[in-house]
Write a protein that binds this ligand. Structure first.
Ligand SMILES: Cc1cc2nc3c(=O)[nH]c(=O)nc-3n(C[C@H](O)[C@H](O)[C@H](O)COP(=O)(O)OP(=O)(O)OC[C@H]3O[C@@H](n4cnc5c(N)ncnc54)[C@H](O)[C@@H]3O)c2cc1C
Length: 604
């Protein structure tokens, strides 16, 4: 997911001019509609009995006989640049985690679902790419709650099938370094987490216990809040009042105020908020309810998909394809068609119209409202209310390729967070003042991940090839002036800016992990414009809308839009993160097919 080429770093190779994420073009022979569809090829919902069939193993719709396509060297794919003929029960815009989850659930409920993805690879932020035989993921470093012990883990296993397997990051999944030498590990058990906090702040035992208890209570209350959001319009106010009432105080509280209730120790407060990078709002703006969900998410550790992040889409989109659906790539949705007041399908760039009685947009609520709704709907009160919400932060990522023993050089499967400051409000790297040649400040934090050490199936080969990713937040405004220029053709000043950023970030990274420097073989930098080009979130935001109290107060932010037949899925509907976006997909399915989805959930 990187853009302009040529690193200004000695010893590191320039990136090739080919798009690294490209899957080779596939030749797909579609079976005629009659041959693929059987009963499920007809539009509309299947009869009620079909759900029982779905909850068992047998598909309500026969698999698409012509699929999957397979090129000799690659794994099966359930996507291509063409799609079989309709009719479709549901069109899903965007193949990120939210879209794929919703599509897979509806497919299991017997629907023929067409997923439309503008990129040439599916998965949204869960896609992977390769350059010079190095393999990276874009937005997957650590995921919690994927085992059979949690409902989300069991559901994901049901939706993605046995092909999706997980590898634990080990007894420590995140390791934090603060100025002055404080180092603290976040481990894979709640007891050890408490013990590590108490060991670092022995005088603060009571405050730590109070904090952990607040986290437990708030996280527990959040389920009711989210379920209320999926309620049908007539019941919504009552559902929100009743089911959301326990979460409301935690949602209104900021993380800064919540931690201040537990301890006066500023450094402990900073450590308690250390993982704010997983949801993208600093403590003074982040809602404690959401923070609590993220803390609970990781209480039992973190995992990585065996084989890399692309395995997630392979599993989920196989389920869609097995039920007669398909995923079409390079399908850029320009407009949601609204006819006689209800969603009727979409218009792609180039003019092609695809119809379905239900459209689920998983491309971001703000992006949908701003870019895809017909002009007449963009001025509606509900879209204007959504416009008042802020997107979360954009990011920079160094994609690194190493040759050699990176484990011996200090890398491991745990993520490393190198904080340069104790001020948790220093949220983003202030690069907006850059003028060609001016020195850049240091980034407040670097988040470092070594995916090849997380994946038990990674084969380093004789050269011992390994990968690293180094992430930090950066302001969108520092990059937006180049937005209209083309990918890899943004001009000399942009290339210079990028080279300066890359050199500064690398230097800062090697200050912390110097033994890796001689092993560096490849480097490239992605900027918020790369994110914009490949995934298109508003303002390059990596987690969707900022998780503030205002966001959770906004009653318009729900999976069912005021336009009949139009639904929203993805992180905006629930929360950022892979499992957060999955939650957004589940909520969209509940809003669209309440009883059947709840029955499916009960069965896992
Ligand atoms: C650097 C980084 C690190 C991260 N690390 C982690 C982590 O370790 N753990 C974790 O849980 N989460 C992590 N995340 C966050 C997580 O990846 C995301 O929150 C989640 O995957 C978002 O899913 P989504 O479905 O909401 O959106 P997306 O994945 O953004 O999917 C939206 C999709 O819609 C498509 N689209 C947009 N417009 C159109 C259009 N007009 N027509 C057709 N398609 C369109 C996009 O191309 C995209 O595929 C990270 C993210 C980033 C960027």
């Amino acid at each position: 997911m990187t853009d302009a080429a040529s690193p200004a770093v000695p010893g590191a190779a320039a990136s090739p001019a080919v798009p690294g994420t490209a899957a080779p073009a596939e030749t797909v022979a579609f079976a005629p509609a009659g041959g693929t569809g059987g009963p499920g090829a007809s539009a509309g919902s299947p009869p009620a009995g079909a759900v029982a069939e779905v909850l068992g193993a047998s598909p309500a719709v026969p698999a698409n006989a012509a699929f999957p396509t397979r090129s000799p060297a690659s794994k099966p794919r359930y996507w291509s640049r063409q799609s079989p003929p309709g009719p479709w029960d549901t069109i899903v815009i965007g193949s990120g985690m939210g879209g794929m989850t919703c599509a897979a659930i509806l497919a299991l409920l017997g629907e023929r679902v067409l997923v439309l993805e503008q990129h040439y690879v599916p998965g949204g932020f869960t896609h992977s790419f390769t350059r010079r035989r190095y393999h990276w993921d874009v937005g997957v470093h650590a995921i919690g709650e994927v085992t059979e012990k949690s409902l989300s883990g069991r559901l994901l296993a049901r939706l993605a099938g046995p092909g999706l397997r997980w590898a634990s990051l080990g007894p420590v999944y995140d390791s934090f370094d603060y100025p002055g030498g404080l180092k603290i590990d976040f481990p894979d058990s709640p007891e050890q987490f408490r013990a590590n906090l108490v060991a670092a702040f022995p005088q603060e035992r009571d405050g730590i216990d109070r904090y952990l208890s607040m986290v437990r209570d708030a996280a527990r209350a959040m389920r009711g809040f989210y379920l209320a959001r999926a309620a049908p319009p007539l019941l919504a106010p009552l559902a929100e009042w009743w089911m959301g009432r326990k979460a409301r105080p935690a949602l209104e509280l900021t993380v800064r105020d919540a931690t201040a209730r537990c301890t006066a120790d500023e450094r402990l407060r900073t450590v308690l908020a250390a993982q704010w990078g997983y949801y993208g709002a600093p403590p003074s703006r982040a809602s404690f309810g959401l923070h609590a969900l993220v803390v609970r998410h990781f209480l039992h550790g973190a995992w990585y998909p065996v084989g890399g992040a692309q395995e997630i889409s392979r599993g989920l989109l196989k389920t869609v394809a097995d039920r007669g659906g398909w995923t079409r790539l390079q399908a850029d949705v320009q407009e949601v068609l609204v006819e006689r007041g209800r969603a009727a399908g979409v218009r792609l760039a180039g003019g092609e119209v695809l119809r379905a009685p239900r459209v689920v947009s998983a491309a971001g609520v703000l992006a949908t409202a701003r870019r895809m709704l017909p002009e007449s709907c963009r001025e509606a009160a509900w879209t204007r209310e959504l416009e008042g919400l802020r997107p979360g932060p954009a990011h920079l990522c160094l994609y690194l390729g190493f040759k050699g023993d990176i484990r011996a050089a200090g890398a491991g499967s745990a993520n490393r967070w190198f904080y340069r400051t104790w001020d948790a409000e220093e949220e983003t790297w202030r690069v907006d003042g850059w003028q060609g040649g001016s020195p850049l400040p240091e980034a407040p934090v670097l988040y470092c991940s070594f995916p090849s050490l997380k994946d038990p199936e990674h084969d380093p080969g004789p050269e011992q090839r390994h990968t690293g990713e180094v992430v930090t937040f950066a302001p969108w405004d520092a990059f937006s002036r180049w937005r209209e220029s083309g990918w890899r053709k943004r001009g000399e000043d942009y290339d210079r800016f990028k080279a300066d950023l890359q050199a500064r970030m690398l230097a800062q990274f090697f200050e912390h992990m110097p033994a890796l420097k001689p092993l560096l073989d490849f480097v490239d930098l992605s900027t918020p414009l790369s994110t914009d080009h490949f995934c298109r979130p508003v303002a390059g935001s990596i987690y969707g809308l900022e998780p503030t109290p205002e966001r959770f107060r906004c009653a318009r932010l729900r999976p069912r839009s005021p336009i009949p037949g139009l639904f929203f899925a993805g992180s905006d509907v629930a929360s950022g993160g892979v499992m957060g976006a999955m939650g957004g997909g589940i909520l969209a399915a509940i809003a669209a097919r309440p009883w059947d989805t709840v029955r499916l959930l009960r069965g896992v």
